[in-house]
Design a protein around this ligand. Structure first.
Ligand code: GDD
Ligand code: MN
Length: 373
């Protein structure tokens, strides 16, 4: 009993390792074993932040935590998202340093002592593990399509945000907890690009060191991030570029909307050429095609944390059609009004389109993807 009390009053560890998890029940125990081996001699702890995984990751982690005082578990309910989980984990720490790493064994844990060593010198605020720095590699861990997307994304981050990281998409880093605490209110909980978000939010005021590592292949379970989440990354880039005036979610919604325009035009062409429909019918049918692809893209990306499934998705699609139909009216109405005052067709057209997008966004976020639906 007295031992328990002492444990509760033990001073904070020097290093907290945040492990965001979703369906990693098979990986967490293996990783914690590896951490014990690698971090021998360091005062460390682990904070597992699990989003109520259906595979029982919380229970598996708690089982370890009941025996191992280094292990802590946060179970989040009704919330999904990698960045949000990392932020919550970092804010639960009172250590000198916090590290964020994937729980699926793709990140090389033997890098942790080296990262810690760099931070202890006091010369750096953050150490990032980079697959691109000399000596690092994406290994077998990334599909070629993703590696290609990742390349473009890195270049854009460097150009747009002036972030000088060789691998801004990396999800493996260690930093001074104070710095994490300081920037937390500015971070976007949505999405999965936590490192880029932190570094760009500090706009150059962070002393960064990069260490190379090889991204391992996943052994158990599956990746939650697919090629499409690259959208999410561009959303974050743009939102940071515009100084956080517009939310990442709205930008994502806008990007999906823009892709819908392309779909619409292709479908229209198709119905006119092969469908044997007249223009009005073709235009109507193309609108439904575009609204449908927009719905599924938004459901997959913009609202990945509130994703609708099964019958709910069907109902969601119907409400989305309804919302968008009103959106068309808002669009045309505003465009008309503006056109009366100002006869630049493109100005009126753009004003209408923006009005339509704002309406679609506002209405669909409270109707189709409402919180805790
Ligand atoms: N709590 C929580 N909630 N954890 C999550 C969620 C979520 O919604 N989604 C994913 N995770 C956890 C996973 O369980 C894993 O521990 C870690 O976050 C990374 O997820 P993966 O699904 O394995 O991502 P990946 O391997 O495809 O992507 C990795 O590489 C990218 C670079 O290509 C990650 O490290 C990314 O951060 C990185 O950008
Ligand atoms: Mn992974």
């Amino acid at each position: 009993m007295s031992e328990d009390i002492n444990k509760k009053h033990a001073p904070a560890a020097e290093l907290s390792i945040i492990l965001p998890t979703f369906n990693e029940a098979a990986n967490v125990p293996i990783l914690i074993d590896l951490l014990h081996k690698t971090l021998d001699g360091v005062d460390w702890e682990v904070i597992v932040v699990d989003d109520n995984s259906p595979d029982g990751t919380t229970e598996a982690s708690r089982l370890i935590a009941r025996k191992d005082p280094r292990v802590n578990v946060i179970r989040r309910i009704g919330r999904r998202g990698l960045s949000g989980a990392c932020i919550e984990g970092m804010l639960a720490s009172s250590a000198d340093y916090v590290a964020v790493m994937d729980a699926d064994l793709q990140h090389d844990e033997t890098l942790l002592p080296k990262m810690l060593e760099q931070l202890r010198t006091g010369e750096f605020d953050l150490v990032a593990a980079s697959r691109m720095a000399e000596g690092g590699s994406v290994g077998e861990g990334l599909s070629s399509l993703r590696a290609w997307g990742s390349n473009i994304a890195n270049n854009l981050a460097q150009k747009l945000l002036k972030v000088s990281l060789s691998d801004p998409m990396s999800g493996f880093f260690m930093m001074r907890r104070e710095k994490a605490e300081e920037i937390a209110p500015k971070l976007s909980a949505q999405g999965f690009k936590i490192l880029l978000d932190i570094v760009s939010s500090f706009s150059g005021a962070l002393r960064i060191k990069e260490l190379p590592f090889t991204f391992r292949e996943r052994q158990h379970g599956e990746s939650k991030l697919d090629t499409l989440v690259t959208f999410d990354y561009f959303g974050l880039l743009l939102s940071k570029y515009f100084g956080n005036i517009v939310s990442v979610r709205f930008l994502m919604f806008g990007l999906v909307g823009a892709s819908g325009l392309v779909v619409h035009l292709l479908a229209l062409r198709g119905f006119l050429t092969f469908g044997g429909l007249d223009f009005n019918w073709s235009q109507t049918a193309a609108s439904f095609v575009a609204m449908t692809t927009n719905f599924f893209l938004n459901n997959k990306l913009t609202y990945r944390d509130r994703r609708l499934r099964g019958l709910r998705a069907l109902w969601g699609l119907l409400t989305f059609y309804a919302v968008c139909s009103v959106g068309v009216l808002a669009n045309v109405g505003v465009a008309n009004l503006v056109y009366e005052e100002n006869t630049y067709w493109w100005f009126a057209g753009t004003a209408g389109a923006i009005m339509g997008a704002v309406w679609n966004y506002a209405a669909s976020s409270s109707l189709t993807w409402r919180k805790n639906a």
